[in-house]
Design a protein around this ligand. Structure first.
Ligand SMILES: Nc1nc2c([nH]c(=O)n2[C@H]2C[C@H](O)[C@@H](COP(=O)(O)OP(=O)(O)OP(=O)(O)O)O2)c(=O)[nH]1
Length: 135
């Protein structure tokens, strides 16, 4: 039997006062370049999912938040090459700073209903409807 170790990724649906969610466009040179994703990234050794997400939001967007502002919302489970992606999505409504595209090509605020028209990674597609019912 082959044991596939899951790739654990955390991501945030940052929700603004109008109920829009921040998406970022993956840059050229990365896998799935050009697709729109929720900010986040891989959980490194010795990190909790929440501390990894707080680190990624600071690195990618220059914003600061706290574990108490990260509400577990949904997850996705999807084959990813020879790995298996487990994506934990948190809803976050409170942060400090103005998000800047430090790693992404571009940032975009979108309502879940608008996300169906955007190209997103396959794992994210089931998350759109879930988000719509949550925010
Ligand atoms: N951040 C994020 N990653 C996603 C989403 N959907 C999805 O399939 N992924 C995948 C893409 C990647 O295979 C993986 C995240 O890895 P990554 O390489 O972008 O993360 P990282 O910031 O840790 O990157 P790096 O240090 O390796 O450059 O999860 C999503 O909505 N947000």
């Amino acid at each position: 039997m082959t044991i596939i170790s899951p790739l654990l990724v955390v991501a945030a649906a940052l929700v603004d006062a109008d109920g829009r969610v921040l998406l970022q466009q993956r840059p050229p040179g990365k896998a799935m370049a050009g697709l729109w994703e929720f900010p986040g990234g891989k959980v490194e050794t010795d990190e909790t999912p929440e501390s990894a997400l707080i680190r990624e939001l600071e690195e990618e967007l220059g914003i600061r938040t706290h574990a108490s502002c990260l509400a577990p919302a949904a997850f996705a489970s999807e084959a990813l090459g020879d790995r298996h992606l487990l994506l934990l999505l948190y809803v976050c409504r409170k942060w400090q700073g103005l998000p800047q595209a430090r790693h992404a090509t571009e940032l975009k605020w979108a309502r879940p209903s608008q996300m169906y028209a955007l190209e997103m990674p396959p794992a994210d597609l089931p998350l759109i409807g879930l988000l719509d019912s949550l925010i």
